[in-house]
Design a protein around this ligand. Structure first.
Ligand code: PGA
Length: 250
């Protein structure tokens, strides 16, 4: 099945009021690619201003708390993201799994809370270099997936899984297309096993050093249904060629 591609930018801890013009430029240019879904996941504090600046364009968060509300100093709930204008959120990014020690069970709870609030979810999984070198990447990622996939995904399309090898993030290194193909096929099988037919419609994004120069090759790999882009999503000039590559029919 060919799925509509999703190209999402992850701005991480980048973005001030002065960057709203860049978000506007990306939203405007994205209109030229109606066959691709484009989104930008920005710092929580910028979501409301960004979503007001680009009505109709998908602005997302980068994390969400699993609880509806309560004594969780500094955290943001799914309903708060929706209230600010977010359409989606990332959960389980490796930088949070590492620095905030997020475990699979917590990532799963976050994904479930976000879906319940009506947000689309990009759920990240990926192996560290040592695991890849031990040839244990596929089993490790599938175990992460089993632990962090939400219990139910109504239609599949509201959920995307981003395969992001940790060693490829921000490093300029990427796996071979054969390694990406192997992993994405394994994830697709597992999604179909977990969700049945709905699992066929969950998009599987590749993330980790995606740029204009490698996007076409990555998007040509079977079961690559889009990309999660960090550094190259900060400027329209770097990001839009990736969106353009996703729009090419093959
Ligand atoms: P990168 O980041 O594109 O800068 O490697 C990807 C990510 O962390 O989502």
């Amino acid at each position: 099945m060919t799925l509509r591609k999703l190209v999402a930018g992850n701005w991480k801890m980048h973005g001030l009021s002065s960057d709203l013009a860049e978000i506007e430029a990306i939203a405007e240019a994205s209109r030229g690619y109606p066959q691709v879904d484009v989104a930008l996941c920005v710092p929580a504090i910028l979501i409301e201003r960004a979503s007001r600046a680009v009505p109709g364009f998908a602005i997302g968060g980068q994390d969400v708390h699993h609880a509806e509300k309560g004594a969780h100093t500094g955290c943001v709930s799914a309903q708060m993201l929706v209230d600010a204008g977010a359409a989606l959120t990332i959960v389980g990014h490796s930088e949070r799994r590492d620095a905030q020690r997020e475990q699979d069970s917590e990532v799963k709870a976050k994904a479930e809370a976000a879906l319940a609030a009506g947000l689309d979810v990009i759920l990240c999984v990926g192996e560290i270099l040592e695991v890849r070198e031990q040839r244990a990447a596929v089993e490790t990622v599938l175990a992460q997936l089993d632990g962090s996939l939400p219990e139910q995904s109504a239609t599949g399309v509201e959920l995307a899984v981003a395969y992001e090898p940790v060693w490829a993030i921000g490093t300029g290194k990427i796996p071979t297309t054969a390694e990406i193909a192997e992993m994405h096929a394994a994830i697709r099988d597992r999604l179909a096993g977990s969700y049945g037919p709905a699992g066929e419609t969950v998009r599987i994004l590749y993330g980790g050093s995606v740029k204009a120069s490698n996007a076409r090759e990555i998007f040509a790999v079977a079961h690559v249904d889009g990309a999660l882009v960090g550094g190259a999503s900060l400027r329209a000039a770097d990001f839009m060629p990736i969106v353009a590559a996703a729009s090419v029919d093959r």
